[in-house]
Design a protein around this ligand. Structure first.
Ligand code: AMP
Ligand code: FE
Ligand code: FE
Ligand code: ZN
Length: 274
């Protein structure tokens, strides 16, 4: 029995709709999935009335948070997607994502790259969490670059020439918010933070789990985070971070999985019977 606890949909920057994700997960015989879109629960919401006989869906989110020199993502599992404080914060964050996209368009124009804000919204396709990947796609369409990585490297990475931050919580606030919404806060891809001090800071501030298994982690990183999770008695999670973007691993669901027992442990800790 297999699980994938980190999946994006069209509700944020993934390319498959929530329903397409569920169908692909079923086809590839996953037992547990979690939809963890950036800063929105619209994807989870879209599946509330969908009958899923062979699949357990854990409601999730990936909150993009900020520290001065680091991008820190906090996953939240088994959250109450209707929680009022959560809804309030997500609205604030996602509204500012639109303002920020406009500012990035202006910065790009000053740098000689012409993309229309309206085209970015079309590409974003109704998501509430418009993000840099949508802007990158607009730049690719105009043949300014050939790969997403290149767009990020040259223009959009944190503190890059066209980078504009959007309103974000600190990791500490995000951890608190997830708990307030009844969920389990988990440190997303700690290996991508690239600083063990920050990871320890997140543990000290109430993170209850660690995403040990992630496609971008080396074997050495995975081993390190397994031992850290055990040392601090954290839940161990993992997932593919699937966006269904061509050329970005994995190409399909089921290529990167974790044992379903880890998802079961997460559900037990949440006190939610499923
Ligand atoms: P944003 O939410 O607008 O800050 O954009 C962050 C998202 O951009 C991340 O969650 C990734 O999915 C995506 N991203 C970051 N770096 C890259 C990259 N080098 N290539 C493609 N996508 C990236
Ligand atoms: Fe993403
Ligand atoms: Fe992430
Ligand atoms: Zn992700």
């Amino acid at each position: 029995m297999l699980a994938d606890l980190h999946i994006h949909t069209t509700a944020s920057d993934g390319r498959l709709s929530p329903l397409e994700i569920v169908n692909e997960a079923t086809r590839n015989r996953l037992s547990y999935i979690a939809i963890t879109d950036h800063d929105t629960v619209e994807g989870v919401l879209a599946l509330q009335n969908t009958y899923l006989p062979d699949l357990t869906m854990i409601p999730g989110i990936e909150l993009n948070t900020d520290l001065p020199d680091y991008e820190v993502h906090i996953l939240g599992y088994n959250i109450d997607i209707y929680n009022s404080q959560l809804t309030y914060e997500l609205t604030k964050i996602t509204e500012d994502r639109f303002t920020r996209a406009k500012k990035i368009v202006e910065k790009l124009k000053a740098l000689g790259y012409h993309v229309e804000y309206s085209r970015i919204l079309e590409i974003a396709g109704g998501t509430k969490a418009v993000g840099r990947p949508h802007i990158a796609k607009a730049l690719l369409e105009k043949n300014y670059f050939t790969t997403m990585d290149e767009v990020f490297d040259v223009l959009l990475e944190k503190n890059g020439p066209a980078y504009v931050p959007h309103y974000k919580l600190t990791p500490k606030e995000a951890i608190k918010l997830v708990k307030m919404a009844g969920g389990i806060p988990v440190i997303a891809h700690p290996g991508l933070i690239g600083n063990i001090e920050i990871v320890l800071h997140l543990i000290q501030n109430g993170a209850q789990g660690m995403e040990v298994y992630h496609p971008k982690h080396s074997d050495i990183q995975t081993e390190l985070y397994v031992s850290l999770a055990n040392q601090y008695k954290l839940l161990i999670t993992g997932g593919s971070d699937y966006h269904a973007i061509p050329g970005r691993f994995p190409d399909r669901l089921g290529q990167f999985t974790i044992p379903a027992s880890l998802a079961e442990k997460l559900n037990q800790r949440s006190g939610i019977k499923r």
